[in-house]
Design a binder for this molecule. Structure first.
Ligand code: SF4
Length: 341
């Protein structure tokens, strides 16, 4: 049985906020940098906000995503903050350090203060292992030290700190050492959580790094204490098979994805909101109608003995889809579906 899809809104994505790195596991590597202006991106978002208001579409969600670094012009970040408030009543307070280029302490201080003045409240750094191991994953020598120092400077200027730690087989071996270093810095950390790679983007190449529940449960108490609170919902592939066979699909409805590129932006600007939505819904429905059902993927393309852990059904299904596509190389707009997250 093929899948149906019901549209609940639109998510508009750009690659405007460039990332300074090339992490080996980057999960958004498909977002290519673009040359069009921020103003053109904003105009399209505003058109959809207006469309929603004009047509009184209370349940139609407009969302957007503009890259990870927030290393854009301060006026642009301010505009993003206003737009988030408008479309989702959400306050953008976070500064992700992941994509930020290395810079001197003075320049970084200034970078922080400018953002703090318009409402940024906290910084988040993501570590994948300790020192050299982190730099190996990040592919930039000295990135571990830069992140740690950036968190100290954030504290000095009055920004709060959060830490995320990615769990792989190799980073788990390093975890005690990493926690020692993070604790020794005397940074006040209001949240520190550890979680797995999603099965998406380049991270799909590192299945040999995927851990099992048994391995997680064997770690020292201090490591177990920082697992993200949804750990109880993480499942082995074996358990996801059972779940998928006994539960309806979660992905029968959702937003359509509009990814703005240098190639399509002119065409999108010339189309009405109705035309854009109609086109995306048609293509998304087609992609889902071609995709095998959840039951078919779970029963035929899973490894029913695998103890490797996945956090969500969508990343589990993306792996099953990869196996399916090896046998059945169909022409399929994967990026419009949850298989392409
Ligand atoms: S910092 Fe984030 S966005 Fe940039 S390459 Fe690494 S994982 Fe990808």
């Amino acid at each position: 049985m093929s899948r149906d899809f019901k549209m609940t809104g639109i998510s508009i994505g750009s690659g405007l906020n460039k990332c300074a790195y090339h992490c080996k596991y980057c999960q958004i590597a498909d977002f290519k940098p673009v040359k069009y202006t921020f103003e053109r991106f904003v105009k399209i978002i505003e058109r959809f906000i207006e469309y929603k208001e004009k047509n009184k579409l209370k349940d139609f969600e407009v969302s957007f995503w503009n890259g990870y670094s927030y290393d854009n012009q301060i006026e642009e970040l301010q505009k993003e903050m206003e737009l988030y408030k408008k479309v989702a009543n959400w306050e953008l307070k976070i500064l992700l350090l992941g994509g930020l280029p290395h810079m001197s302490d003075e320049v970084l201080k200034d970078w922080y203060i400018k953002r703090k003045n318009i409402g940024s409240e906290f910084v988040t750094a993501t570590y994948t292992g300790c020192k050299e191991l982190h730099d190996y994953w990040n592919t930039k020598k000295g990135n571990f030290d830069f992140l740690l120092n950036a968190q100290k400077i954030a504290q000095e200027v009055g920004l709060a700190n959060e830490q995320r730690i990615l769990i792989t087989k190799s980073s788990l071996k390093d975890m005690d050492k990493l926690l020692d270093i993070l604790d020794e810095t005397n940074i006040n950390v209001r949240s520190r959580v550890a979680y797995l790679f999603f099965y998406s983007g380049l991270a799909r190449k590192y299945e040999h790094e995927r851990v099992t529940m048994e391995l997680l449960d064997k770690q020292p108490k201090r490591v177990q204490e920082i697992y993200r609170t949804d750990k109880n919902n993480w499942k082995s592939e074996k358990d996801w098979v059972e779940y998928a066979l006994n539960n309806p699909s979660h992905y029968g409805k959702g937003h359509v994805d509009l990814t703005l590129t240098d190639k399509n932006i002119e065409m999108i600007e010339s189309m009405s909101c109705e035309e854009i939505i109609e086109n995306l819904v048609k293509r998304t429905k087609l992609a889902y109608s071609i995709a095998p059902s959840q039951e078919e993927l779970a029963s035929k393309y899973s490894d029913k003995t695998s103890e490797k852990l996945y956090m969500f059904l969508w990343d589990m299904e993306a792996l099953w889809m990869d196996r399916y596509l090896k046998e059945n190389p169909i022409d399929f707009e994967r990026g419009l579906t949850h298989f392409g997250r």
